[in-house]
Design a protein around this ligand. Structure first.
Ligand SMILES: Cc1cc2nc3c(=O)[nH]c(=O)nc-3n(C[C@H](O)[C@H](O)[C@H](O)COP(=O)(O)O)c2cc1C
Length: 284
């Protein structure tokens, strides 16, 4: 990786100095100077703010830089409408999500910020019907094993003392199981594909990175008319499964799933959205 500032093009606006998160640029009588280029996190801010094309960065050749037409931004009202109109619509049709929609959802998710610009979030997309079904089955079977332990008459009095909070999920499991026996699915709700969002196992901000990616992806899904649900039951089962699920989907070694999105085409869209609880905030 190499960074250069072409003196002949530089107009000394100092924008690169102001935006670089690693203080690589400084300005002296000699012009812009570079320090500790090894600490570059590859965010590309320097290239993107340089209006004269003086900053050259080998990670960002011309074809990787795209002019922003701010007039093309959605208005604040449109963004607000998208944020409030996006719902977890669980009424999915059997129609598969078009491949180009999945691609756009992933592209939006991939554009989310990551801690130190690490960009270690990756995606595994499950679309084959039988594999999607296996996911729900995995969750119900795994929860079943734990419920069996929780309901063990010898262990129950002790477990209830220490793990009281888990007992509220016991009736949820029985509903899940009975729905499955009737051909329903309380885990994926009929989503036709699942996007698994994963990060390196040891990543410090992996969960934050993955979930920011999720939200970008979910807003893109909404704008495309694709429905999504956060697969919370699945994420819980993955954690409880101690690597079993990761192996079943051939997740690359050393990675952990931090979020999952069930997607599908909606049977219908909602005519309205409901307000959340009152917005609470303090300003100091
Ligand atoms: C961390 C998390 C876990 C969730 N898990 C599930 C889930 O397992 N199944 C499901 O149908 N919805 C799940 N949801 C969706 C929430 O129930 C939903 O976001 C919430 O009720 C608000 O509704 P809305 O998304 O339609 O605005 C989850 C959401 C979050 C943020």
């Amino acid at each position: 990786m190499e960074i250069k500032v072409e003196k002949s093009l530089c107009i000394l606006c100092r924008k690169c100095v102001k935006v670089c998160p690693s203080q690589i640029f400084s300005c002296s009588d000699e012009g812009i100077e570079l320090n500790n280029t090894d600490s570059c996190i590859g965010c590309g801010h320097c290239v993107c703010v340089c209006g004269s094309g003086a900053v050259k960065h080998t990670l960002f050749p011309k074809e990787k830089i795209h002019e922003i037409d701010y007039a093309g931004y959605p208005s604040a009202e449109q963004v607000m409408l998208l944020c409030k109109g996006r719902r977890s619509n669980r009424a999915f049709s059997a129609e598969p999500v078009p491949v180009d929609c999945i691609r756009k959802i992933l592209e939006a998710a991939h554009a989310a910020p990551t801690a130190s610009n690490m960009q270690q979030v990756e995606f595994t997309v499950i679309t084959k019907r039988e594999n999607v079904k296996k996911i729900s089955l995995f969750v119900v079977e795994l929860f079943g094993k734990y419920v069996k332990i929780l309901e063990n008459p010898l262990l129950k009095p002790v477990l209830k003392l220490f793990f009281k909070r888990y007992y509220r999920y016991v009736p949820v499991y029985y509903r899940m199981k009975s729905e499955m026996e009737k051909g329903g699915d309380m885990v994926l709700r009929g989503a036709t594909a699942v996007i698994l969002i994963h990060v390196p196992e040891k990543s410090m901000f992996g969960a934050a990175d993955g979930n920011l990616a999720y939200q970008n992806g979910s807003l893109m899904a909404e704008s495309l008319g694709v429905s999504q649900i956060y697969t919370g039951f699945l994420c819980t089962a993955i954690r409880m499964g101690k690597g079993k699920f990761e192996r079943s989907v051939n997740l690359p070694e050393g990675r952990k799933i931090v979020a999952g999105m069930g997607i599908g085409m909606p049977l219908f869209r909602y005519g309205s959205y409901a307000d959340r609880k009152e917005l609470e905030y303090t300003v100091d």
